[in-house]
Design a protein around this ligand. Structure first.
Ligand code: NI
Ligand code: MN
Length: 229
């Protein structure tokens, strides 16, 4: 599968000929100003929670591409009222999509939508596909629920974890999270976008290396094959 980083917590994943797009926040991200919103492909837009730095561009991309929003019931309903098609889930649920199965798992965070509407509770996604399995944590602290992932899901090929601290876990806790979910390869997200979440990349890599886990930083706009992680 191919993974493209669009900045902050936004990733495109191409698997089984389908394009998954996670947490689109591009037009509001100064660091992602070279990304052309108009060309981002999407068949499914997976939203971890309702905060603007995760959903800002979901509506415009969904309307251009016809992509389905996959998220918690409250967020899918909010998009439904805007004429966007969706697939509602809730914590602990698994659904089989054409590209593989998705489990919506616990995240420990908050989730109000940009207009103040109730975004339900935040979540993360475990995706199991014929081309590999991965965990997209969303915004979360380190939480004991992560220990359920290796018990209840197929072994992970990689995880996408927030490391920026202040609003989510920082890299020291994220390294523990990686160990708990049993991911040997981790792609960093939710760092550097705002002043509160600027990280020292070398220090972050060392925190993971101490646990024999490889932390990767992708450039914004970079695409990588999961086999090359
Ligand atoms: Ni958030
Ligand atoms: Mn966030």
């Amino acid at each position: 599968m191919k993974i493209t980083f669009y900045g902050h917590a936004c990733f495109g994943v191409e698997v089984a000929g389908q394009h998954l797009l996670f947490d689109p926040f591009i037009s509001g991200n100064e660091l992602a100003k070279d990304i052309d919103l108009e060309t981002i492909p999407a068949d499914y837009i997976l939203l971890s929670h309702g905060h603007e730095d995760h959903v800002l561009d979901a509506e415009v991309i969904a309307k251009r591409t016809g992509a389905k929003v996959v998220s918690i019931f409250e967020i899918v309903s909010w998009y439904g009222a805007k004429g966007v098609d969706g697939h509602p889930m809730n914590i602990g649920g698994v659904w089989k999509f054409p590209f593989g199965t998705v489990k919506f798992v616990t995240a420990n965070h908050s989730s109000t939508l940009p207009d103040g509407s109730n975004g339900g509770v935040p979540g993360g996604f475990v995706c199991e596909t014929a081309e590999g399995n991965f965990y997209f944590a969303g915004d979360t602290s380190l939480t004991l629920d992560m220990k359920l992932i290796p018990i209840t899901c197929a072994p992970l090929d990689f995880a996408i974890l927030p490391i920026g601290d202040n609003f989510t876990m920082g890299f020291n806790d994220a390294a523990i999270a990686a160990e708990w979910v049993e991911a040997k390869k981790v792609i960093a997200c939710h760092y550097d976008t705002f002043g509160y979440i600027v990280v020292d990349r070398d220090e972050a890599k060392r925190a993971f290396a101490k646990r024999a886990i490889d932390l990767r930083f992708l450039n914004i706009g970079q695409t990588i094959n999961s086999k090359d992680l």
